[in-house]
Structure formats: structure tokens, C-alpha cells
Design a protein around this ligand. Sequence first.
Ligand code: HEC
Length: 209
Amino acid sequence: MVERQGGNVKGKRVHRAVAWGILGAGLLALAVHGVVAQAQMRAPAGAKIDAENKTSIPEGFREWPFLGAPLTPNALNDGKAGFPEFHYVYIEPAAYEHYKKTGEFPDGTTIVKELLLTKAGEHPDGSRDEVSGRGYFPDSFAGVDMMVKDTKKFAETNGWGFFNFGHKAPPYAASAAALPNDSCAFCHTANATYDMVFTKFYPILGKPE
Ligand code: HEC
């Protein structure tokens, strides 16, 4: 009897040890997975802001994920659209990855909007005929605007710094300083659809309203 009880106790101990072993291995796997996931969430590598809140256009931004291309033709805006004419919008890749996982723009997110003029119009509304139909067609590069999220540095402009590198053909300005609230941020604060960004124009971001 005593021996059997002893055997049982021993058996239970073995079972428990095996159970702890499995649990431990599971926890370890989870921890490793967590570390890997953390490592995969790379920090955004966009624009670097200096002590005077100046920055430059990140190299290679035309290879970043493309968010969309709103269009404000000059011919439909009394010849002077605020941002003529196509607006090609790109987001820094690590910030985009982060957004896809969390639905949030992390600090350091850089969004570049490059302006492109349309090919010369043939109709009063600035449109022209091409083999695909009547419409507006991209022509030449014509300027860069940029937003960089830094909730501490740019608290006064709702967490984002706004930069204008000129609305003209390249070469663009080598550097630009963050602009005051009444230049840019006020309008994004009043009208943008999610965290200062007009996400409603970028279906890839999955926030249609
Ligand atoms: C009168 C309102 C208004 C002002 C002022 C304004 N923006 Fe915007 N901005 C918009 C709108 C609307 C969009 C999206 C649609 C578009 O591009 O036409 C946009 C888009 C952007 C984008 C692309 C990301 C996004 O939020 O969609 C950047 C970058 C940007 N603006 C930078 C600037 C900068 C830099 C300035 C100041 C030099 C500025 N904006 C001033 C209205 C404004």
C-alpha cells in the first residue's frame, strides 16, 4: 500500500514536471515570438528633425508605399490651385508596417506629398484627350510638402511638423523649417479624417471616412 502510494506520488510528480516543462516551453516560445515581433516593428527611418526643427527630404521617398494621388487641376481653381496639381502621397515603409499592425501612426512617421503638373490642357477645364479617354495626365514634378509626426516636438501643431520644400520644379530646397500652425496644421486639424491625415483619400489605409 505504502509503496503504491509512494509510486503514485512519484507518478504525479513526474506528470507535474512534464506539465511544467510543456508550459515553460510554451512560455518561452511566446516570449521569443514577442521579441521577434518587437524586432519586426522597425522604428520609422524617415526625416530627421534637428534642434532647430529643420529637416530635409528623405532620399528614395519615391520608392516608399504609395498612399494615393488627389488632384487639384489649376484650370479648375482659377489658374492657382493651392497645391498644383497631382498630389502623389508616400509613407515611410516602417511607419506603414506599424500602421498596418496597430492602426496608428507611430512617432517618426513621415508622409511626403510630391506635386506633379498635368500635361497641357486642350479643353477649357484643363483636360485633354489621350487614347484612354479625356482627362488629366501627370507631367512634371513641381514641389514637395511633408508631414513628420513627433508628438513632443510638434505639440503646438497637433503632433505633426509641416514642411514646404517649394512648389516648383526640382531641385527642391535642401532643408526647410517646421511651419507655424496658421500655415498648414490649422487646416489639417479642422478637416483631416484621422490623426491629422486625410485618410479618406487613401483606400490602402482602410479608413474611408
Ligand atoms: C486649406 C487646407 C490645407 C492647408 C492650409 C494645408 N493642407 Fe495639406 N492637405 C489638405 C488636404 C485636403 C489634403 C488631402 C487632399 C489633397 O491633397 O488635396 C492634404 C494633404 C497633405 C499631405 C498628405 C497627407 C494627408 O494628410 O493627406 C501633406 C504631407 C500635406 N498636406 C502637407 C501640408 C503642408 C506642408 C502644408 C503647409 C505648407 C499644408 N499641407 C497645408 C489641406 C490643407
